[in-house]
Design a protein around this ligand. Structure first.
Ligand code: GTQ
Length: 349
């Protein structure tokens, strides 16, 4: 018996396997080394999408179909190692969504959690549970599981953001529910900015009871997060693997901002080269500022603002930047931590 080698196939064994196959049974020892591996063995490949090329296709889709007809006009960023499965990593989905001036992406809700990371345009809105928020470049916006949401653009520019959803996770658990709203746009019942004032000012309503896992803040403005990094960088304390890396939290309990997706924002100072790092949470990165190169599993990917790249589980990654760079990223770390699966390795650092 071995975890890495398969026993020999003999005619008697094969005849036996064929007989039990008809009874929906199969021997473990012929598959064991494929299903319990000494370390992660993923079909997910490192990959980078240049934003300019992706944006050109997305704008082209704008004259093919409306947001309303499409429900969501999105081009999925599909991992080259997992084509046809609507995923960028084994557990997560990514897409680029376009809302043209005057359009509405109709209200609906689903079990899947979504994050939006705003890339182009300024001032289009998304509504979540009765409150609208206007989106600006770099804003990190949450749609919690089960929350009604619709998107609208009353500006004169196309609005583009990156969607990150836990579609593969919900699919894995066969736990997907979805429904449409009675109208294109949900009823607005709260003032824009209400949830940020209520939960995003280092205070909480005195008798607040936590009633859900997702953060009650649904727009973490880039201006605020970026300013925090700007103040902290003066301290000149850099983690060898991460530079200055922060996680977006739920202010109610200090946990992650979302139940299944972990979002991060990090700053790497001009000329910084990170030490090699690997972790079990495959990660999607979107730089907002700066230019650099990431070496992932020995391959080099050069990036600039708004490019999107993916680091698979347990592959070594290091980043090297020319000018000061800021990177947003997301992974399934929160889900792995809840399940006791998360592991990382800082190499020699
Ligand atoms: O905006 O609600 O990229 O439901 C995929 C599914 C976006 C959305 C996606 C969705 C949405």
């Amino acid at each position: 018996m071995s975890l890495t080698e398969k026993p020999e196939e003999t005619p008697e064994r094969q005849e036996f396997y064929a007989r039990i196959d008809k009874h929906a049974m199969t021997p473990l020892w012929t598959v064991l080394s494929n299903i319990i591996t000494p370390e992660p063995k993923s079909a997910c490949q490192p990959h980078l999408w240049k934003y300019d090329a992706a944006k050109a296709f997305l704008l082209e889709s704008g004259s093919l179909i409306t947001a309303k007809e499409a429900e969501r006009r999105v081009l999925i960023l599909e991992n080259p190692g997992m084509r046809g499965s609507s995923r960028i990593t084994t557990s997560l989905y990514a897409g680029l969504q376009l809302v043209m001036p005057g359009e509405v992406a109709p209200a609906h809700r689903h079990s899947q959690s979504a994050l939006r990371f705003v890339l182009d345009g300024a001032g289009a809105h998304t509504a979540v549970n009765g409150e609208r928020t206007n989106m600006q470049f770099g804003d990190f916006v949450i749609t919690p599981p089960g929350a009604w949401h619709d998107h609208g653009n009353t500006t004169d520019q196309p609005m583009i953001w990156l969607d990150g959803l836990d579609i593969p996770i919900v699919g894995f658990f066969d736990a997907s529910f979805a429904e449409g709203y009675s109208d294109d746009e949900q009823l607005v019942s709260r003032k824009t900015g209400d949830s940020f004032a209520r939960y995003g000012a280092n205070m909480l309503p005195v008798d607040h009871q936590q009633d859900r896992l997702a953060s009650p803040i649904f727009n973490y403005p880039y201006a605020r997060s970026r300013e925090a990094l700007e103040v902290m960088k003066a301290q000149d304390e850099w983690d060898p693997c991460h530079g200055l890396k922060m996680r977006y939290v739920n202010p109610v309990d200090g946990g992650w901002a979302m139940p299944t997706i972990s979002p991060f924002l990090q700053l790497l100072p001009k000329g910084f080269k990170t030490a090699s790092y690997r972790s079990t949470d495959a990660t999607v990165y979107v730089p907002t500022e700066g230019h650099g190169r990431s070496t992932i599993d020995g391959k080099v990917f050069a990036w600039g603002p708004k490019d999107i790249f993916v680091v698979p589980s347990w592959k070594w990654v290091s980043h090297e930047v020319d000018d000061e760079a800021v990177l947003f990223s997301y992974s399934d770390r929160v889900a792995q931590q809840k399940l006791g699966l998360f592991r990382d390795d800082r190499g020699n650092s």
